[in-house]
Design a protein around this ligand. Sequence first.
Ligand code: UDP
Length: 329
Amino acid sequence: MTERYLITGGAGFIGGHLAESLLTAGHQVTVLDNLSTGRFENIQPLVAHPHFRFAIDSITNEVVLDRLTSECDIIVHLAAAVGVQLIVEHPVHTIETNVMGTESILRAAARYRVKVLVASTSEVYGKGSRVPFRENDDVVLGASSRSRWAYAASKMVDEFLSLAYHREYGLPVIIARLFNTVGPRQTGRYGMVIPRFVSQALRSEPLTVYGDGKQSRCFCDVADVVRALAALCQHPDAIGKVFNIGSGEETSIFNLAERVITLTGSQSRIEFIPYDQAYAPGFEDMRRRVPDTTRLRTLCGWQPEIKLDQILMRVKDSLEPSGPADFSD
Ligand code: UDP
């Protein structure tokens, strides 16, 4: 069945891929994005598609949001302040965008009884040490004096508010907690490690490993993530629930740097940079971040299909000067 999707933040890295995939599946797609961190290049190839349209505006423009919401069946709310670097540098912008933005979306959705998928983040697990992280685990956040945690706390508020709209007003809401998501067209500008390492390797510059490099992450390809988001939007039993989306393939950041050097055949060396220097004094990182995706797998049969080495090759191809585009920072 053809449905009308509104993607907020649709010109971002994940939004652009989602828009493309939904159009391919025969849906109608509208993108709302103020291009603050989103890039027009991410949606440019879609502009000529007869079922695609876009509005360059903020989600806090209530008039525009009201009209677009009245014309859609599902909102995928991806618009958010994103990237640890940006968050540490602009905490006011982070909190205001995330909390007020989501509030605007939920209020508009409630007026027209439109389904909403709210993108949240694995950051909400904070410093939790019991991995893999399950959706109902307790969360441990750092002190409010450390601005990194503003992102997690603001996203927690988004989750609480969304679930409250569901419980109190019966609004069909789904929460997707995205773990580290990577792939073609992601930029390293906001601190994301894989496009940064691959760009550094391609330029024969040192790969900048923060801290001791023993911290670990699971990287999921954006194509797998987009498949999960689409499946959740379509599944009636996803409503009112929280879902982790991520890969189970865990790697340390040092190991990642070595793999990037090997795969690109680069002459680069690895340089360790203390967190204080990389981000801000007193910065706290997560040591391990691994999702438990049993809930999503059980409901939708979803599993990630693209392995880390393949992901790195896809990123490399998109970043090489001869590749489809140069998104190095
Ligand atoms: N990182 C790094 N070098 C970089 C960028 C990031 O060592 O140039 C580390 C970062 O400190 C974190 C991990 O790589 O431990 C993943 O960082 P990213 O910003 O991609 O995502 P996060 O997991 O922090 O949200």
